[in-house]
Write a protein that binds this ligand. Sequence first.
Ligand code: NAD
Length: 367
Amino acid sequence: MSKTIYIVGLGLIGASMALGIKRDHPDYEILGYNRSKPSRDIALERGMIDRATDDFASFAPLADIIILTLPIKQTIAFIQELASLGLKEGVLISDAGSTKSAIVNAAEENFVGKSVRFIGGHPMAGSHKTGAASADVNLFENAYYIFTPSSLTTSDTLEEMKSLLSGLHACFIEIDAEEHDKVTSQVSHFPHILASGLMEQTALYAREHELAGRFAAGGFRDMTRIAESEPGMWTSILLSNRETIIERIEDFKGRLDEISQAIRDEDESQIWNFFNQAREQRQAMEIHKRGGVDSSYDLFVDIPDEEDVILRILELLRGTSLVNIHINEENREDIHGILQISFKNAQDLERAEHVITENTDYTVVIK
Ligand code: NAD
């Protein structure tokens, strides 16, 4: 049976989602809201949606399913507005916000007693790009897509969402909204604070120690990559998950104090343990095999500085979904190989490792 889907916010996430829905449900009608014209036009021209509006309320009564793909604050504002509109009986509403408790609470508060089903959603994929022009049908492939049920989630809600979003090829998983916010505060939100703090500290230091900028390489680059994220999105993430994040910051301050004291005391074994425990814990978590936040599957190849070597490797990898290729100019101890190739999934990474080791003498490292 055909359905009418309303995507509210044709940014990177909303437009990519529309493409994914179209892939498996070409017969569904997709309506799109966007406040600015360029993303509306792009979404229409590229067939992501069938009809577009800049008047949010006008399409809402037509929809069987509404997905709010907007900044968190705006998602909450539109939930409030939806509560005052005449929607279809049993309409299913979801969202894509990066924090979940504030949104789920707003939905429960505003839709209570109404014929509305609500389930929170968080597709754990994205990039620093914004707008419909950056939409990518494969954006969510193999990424976790988290659903956070609410008191307005009925027994059929989750299955209906999974069926709608099957074309995203994501890994669907269901967790409690509060638990979602706790876990993501530790592995996503707090690391962003650290990356930006480290970046600011270094930039300031480099004003007086010019070499700091020049020597910043491998490890520093790994640690600060996410400091280039979109500031507006991260501001709203921190402000909608305040207590949990503040708790992580306080916990970390204690860890810094401990290592600082150990250095002051020249406590060699404590310092050794600090590094050793972290190394063992990271190895045990098998970070590189995971499809979590910002996941990438990296392979490092030590290649000689010879003509056509990179072309040869790429030729070997023909048909493999590599997402990025990087040549590390400096050969340093904290870089595992000169050529860094990133893949979308673990199977392609393993295949690439196998093909390169079989056909060349180059050292291959997976990190
Ligand atoms: P985007 O900037 O590409 O798109 C945001 C959309 O919201 C645009 O359509 C914009 O026009 C609209 N918008 C912004 N402010 C508005 C306002 N005041 N009124 C009406 N419309 C407004 O951002 P995105 O990456 O698509 O993010 C959308 C949501 O998805 C956010 O809640 C974000 O937390 C979440 N999310 C993003 C990522 C990511 O990495 N980009 C990953 C997972 C979840």
